[in-house]
Design a protein around this ligand. Structure first.
Ligand SMILES: Nc1ncnc2c1ncn2[C@@H]1O[C@H](COP(=O)(O)OP(=O)(O)OP(=O)(O)O)[C@@H](O)[C@H]1O
Length: 839
């Protein structure tokens, strides 16, 4: 039997090298939206590892978010969660070094040898191990957000771990961080209804929904609705009764399995069980040993690299032949999901809706599971209104690349159908992962930004392998074949086929966008340089921050509190009553201080003890104030709940940047629409860095002894979040000012100048008083406007300076902290070794 869900003490406790030259990349073993995963050899430890290479250029996220997630990932210490050994920047990529899971993902295994899914004991074992991982993550305040068979990894000995925690999720799902554009990613088939709606936010219960969908995926070999385009999946998830094991073909499954899935797939998140509770479900009693898994699903499988290669070739062939990449059986299964009514969620309205959907069968164009990213910052939230049901599925399915004007996503309340304020407008990027899934990102709301087609990954294939012992040059990397694995063929790779497919889509997308509103287009163009410089800045800071430094530990974000949540959401159909009502964990910001070793071990210790971690425990004995964990309804007047994000009143000032689409063509408009500048107020709000005693303390750090350095770890830790907060405020301010300035079109400025000269002329001519009067009015407005512009410019310059200073300080502080941390680590390791020697 697999061992229990406790913590695995990191037996190795060794520092993995932070330079690319210490690793040899072998073949590709996985591909996701933002990352490519390689099998690799860590030369230092003569150990096979997996390296996930994330293209920072492709990532719609800022470095803070990425780093935070990488840090969190490195803190993960549970036998069922794939841990990051270390991470560092290589060129424009972030490399995350992880344990290599030789069996690959359950999705890979199913695709290779179990296309119709696994047997129940295998499913019970795999799910139980994954659930232990979820229980651990939830207990520490994390939401995985991408639970699916593709992220359940199996090792050669049959052990199971949940992978893809953190980094890739944060690539697109980065909370309320301004520069991430609040883009939200998920794979629609696994996505919980509340995540799709983004009405009241979501919490860890979203993972339970995905877990239920994953259970169906493991039972059938594919997820429900997986052949439908994203819009349709969203619609069907919201409209239909939750899927379940309710059909003829599911007779082979036990009642407890069906019941367990039904418990997870309840639309009301409050009624879903917690991972902890679900673990006690009788279904998991059938879980077997690792050895059982190894014998039943791994035996006879070719090495992972080969499987991945075969899948890619298969996919490329299908693409080339334009064959639908799903078989008859899968299509049949999809239809059953589509038409079926779950026994636990029977609803007449739903039946009607499904009847309406049936006629669309032939309209499905996109056959593969798709991943969507919903750009929240452009989402227009409309008040819910009761409307007749309108099936927009057709539009969504027929024009996946076209902007959809406010599709009416219907959703049941108890007796009527309410239009939801979900606005999804266009698909903004598509790619195909290594399992042959087409992964698509869609944008919600109007299109104020350029459609961001991800640049092709830096890891571009540049030719055939030159020899078995020679590395292939893949972008900046040398990729090696080793003895075990055939060298991958780089010719006519699926990636290339995909590329041409992507190019076609890009073309279509471009044409589509041509028809877009001109104002909007101008707005997009105005933002491009800014976005480019943003990425450049990100890369610059990336090298400065990660450099060759070890990723620091951060545990403040791991604080977790239970809280009661006020749920005013309409009761949805199909819930099982009474479970878990309202006890919620809240997603934490991981934007925390760097932990000392003692904090780290306390974190581990608490987990080891299996105790629910309280805010007090994890904040180093300091009580976390209640308002930090209050439900939206309980928040003070200055706190808004935007989707799943809490926005303080200070932040709300930035919530509505001036709309680029509505160009200001008159001075009056400018003065009306220009948001009040928040420069001073928000800077006041931000902790005043230069006056911070802790910072002054820090600034004198340079010449201190190790002992002194370690003594000040606590004050340092207290500063980091402040620094980050200041950085965020600065960034927001800068962005806001940029928005304002960019909103002035060149024509505006030219017309201002011409009005200005006219006014000068008119002032010299006393003959025409009417003209003089009107021009004076213009002049006043003009002056006002010009004042604002110059004011903005000078403030921006000051802000940029301040920002640079703070960033610099931040980097310096982190370096110092790194040094302290490393010394402590070395000291600890030395002591441990000495103790071992003594023994
Ligand atoms: N440690 C590992 N060992 C072996 N294979 C791995 C490992 N980590 C990831 N993979 C493989 O690589 C694939 C892609 O990795 P991952 O899911 O982390 O990337 P991603 O960009 O986050 O993708 P997505 O968001 O689509 O899940 C996985 O589905 C899995 O098959």
């Amino acid at each position: 039997m697999p061992t229990g869900g406790g913590l695995v003490l990191d037996a190795n406790k060794r520092s993995y090298p932070l330079v690319a030259s210490e690793y040899k990349l072998f073949e590709e073993v996985g591909q996701g939206v933002s990352a490519t995963v390689y099998r690799a050899h860590c030369v230092t430890f003569n150990e096979i590892v997996a390296i996930k290479s994330l293209d920072l250029e492709k990532c719609n996220s800022n470095l803070d978010d990425i780093r935070r997630e990488a840090q969190t990932m490195s803190l993960i210490n549970h036998q069922n969660v794939v841990k990051a050994y270390c991470s560092f920047v290589v060129g424009q990529n972030l490399w995350v070094v992880m344990p290599y899971m030789a069996g690959g993902s359950c999705l890979h295994i199913m695709k290779a040898a179990h296309p119709e899914g696994f047997d129940e004991p295998v499913i019970a074992t795999v799910l139980k191990e994954s659930l232990k991982a979820l229980e651990y993550l939830h207990r520490h305040g994390h939401i995985h957000r991408d639970v699916k068979a593709g992220n359940i990894l199996v090792d050669s000995n049959g052990s199971v771990k949940l992978g893809d925690f953190g980094v890739s999720a944060c690539m697109f799902d980065t909370g309320d961080r301004q520069r991430s554009r609040n883009t939200f990613v998920g794979t629609p088939c696994w996505m919980a209804p509340e995540v799709m709606e983004q009405l009241h936010g979501y919490d860890f219960k979203a993972d339970i929904w995905s877990f239920g969908i994953t259970a169906l995926e493991l039972a059938h070999g594919h997820a429900p609705f997986s052949k439908y385009p994203p819009m349709k999946v969203l619609l069907m998830t919201l409209q239909n009764a939750p899927p379940g094991l309710d059909y003829e073909r599911d007779k082979k499954f036990s009642k407890s399995f069906k019941e367990m899935i039904a418990m997870c797939l309840v639309k009301d998140p409050a009624k879903r069980p917690t991972a902890e509770k679900l673990l006690r479900h009788s279904f998991f009693k059938q879980a077997r040993s690792f050895d059982y898994i190894s014998r039943h699903i791994l035996d006879g499988l070719p090495p992972l690299g080969e499987r991945v290669k075969t899948l890619k070739i298969k996919d490329a062939n299908r693409l080339a032949q334009k064959i639908q990449p799903y078989d008859e059986q899968e299509a049949q299964s999809q239809n059953e999901y589509k038409r079926g009514v779950s026994a636990w969620n029977f609803n007449i309205e739903d039946l009607k809706a499904q009847a309406a959907l049936i006629q669309d069968d032939d309209e499905v164009l996109e056959p593969k599971p798709l991943k969507v990213a919903i750009d929240k910052d452009v989402e227009e939230v409309l008040p819910p209104q009761v409307t007749p049901v309108k099936d927009d599925t057709k539009d969504a399915a027929l024009s996946p690349l076209s902007p959809l004007a406010q599709p009416a996503l219907s959703h049941e309340s108890s007796s009527e159908r309410i239009q939801l304020p979900v606005t999804i407008h266009s698909i903004i990027a598509e790619t195909t992962n290594d399992a042959g899934e087409r992964v698509t990102r869609v944008r919600s709301g109007p299109l104020p930004n350029p459609v961001q087609q991800p640049k092709s990954a830096n890891v571009a294939r540049t030719g055939p392998p030159s020899g078995r012992k020679e590395p292939k040059h893949i972008g900046r990397f040398d990729v090696w074949d080793d003895h075990d694995v055939e060298s991958p063929s780089w010719h006519g790779s699926p990636k290339e086929s995909r590329k041409s497919e992507e190019t076609r889509r890009e073309r279509e997308d471009k044409e589509q966008r041509k028809g877009d509103d001109r104002d909007r287009k101008e707005g997009r163009e105005q933002r491009r340089p800014d976005e480019r410089s943003e990425r450049d800045e990100m890369r610059r800071v990336a090298s400065a921050t990660f450099g060759s430094e070890r990723v620091l530990s951060s545990i403040r974000g791991l604080t977790m509190d239970d809280r009661d949540r006020d749920r005013d959401k309409d009761q949805r159909q199909g819930g099982r009553s009474g479970e878990d009502s309202g006890r919620m964990h809240r997603e934490r910001s991981f934007n925390g201080p760097v932990s000392s070793n003692s904090e780290r071990s306390s974190f581990d210790q608490k987990s080891t003890n299996g105790l629910a971690t309280t805010s007090r425990q994890l904040s180093g004995g300091k009580e976390v104030s209640d308002d930090k964990v209050k439900a939206p309804a309980q928040k003070g007047p200055g706190v808004l709940q935007k989707g799943r994000f809490s926005v303080t009143s200070d932040d709300t000032d930035f919530e509505e940047p001036p709309h680029l689409s509505s160009r200001w063509t008159s001075n009056a408009q400018v003065s009306q629409h220009a948001p009040p500048l928040q420069h001073s107020s928000s800077l006041q709000h931000a902790p005043s860095l230069p006056h911070s005693p802790s910072l002054q303390h820090m600034s004198s750090l340079g010449g201190q002894t190790t002992q002194q350095s370690s003594q000040i770890t606590a004050p340092i830790a207290a500063i980091i979040p402040q620094l980050q907060q200041i950085l965020q405020h600065g960034q927001k301010q800068q962005d806001n000012i940029m928005h304002l300035i960019q909103s002035l079109s060149p024509q505006d400025i030219v017309s201002l100048h011409s009005v200005n000269s006219m006014s000068r002329f008119s002032r010299t001519s006393s003959a025409n008083s009417a003209v003089e009067h009107s021009v004076e009015v213009s002049t006043d407005r003009e002056r006002e406007l010009l004042h604002q512009v110059s004011d903005l410019q000078s403030r921006m310059a000051t802000l940029v300076d301040e920002l640079q200073t703070v960033k610099l300080r931040n980097v310096q502080l982190e370096r110092q902290l790194n040094a302290i941390y490393n010394k402590e680590e070395e000291e600890r390791i030395r002591k441990e070794e000495a103790a071992k020697d003594d023994r």
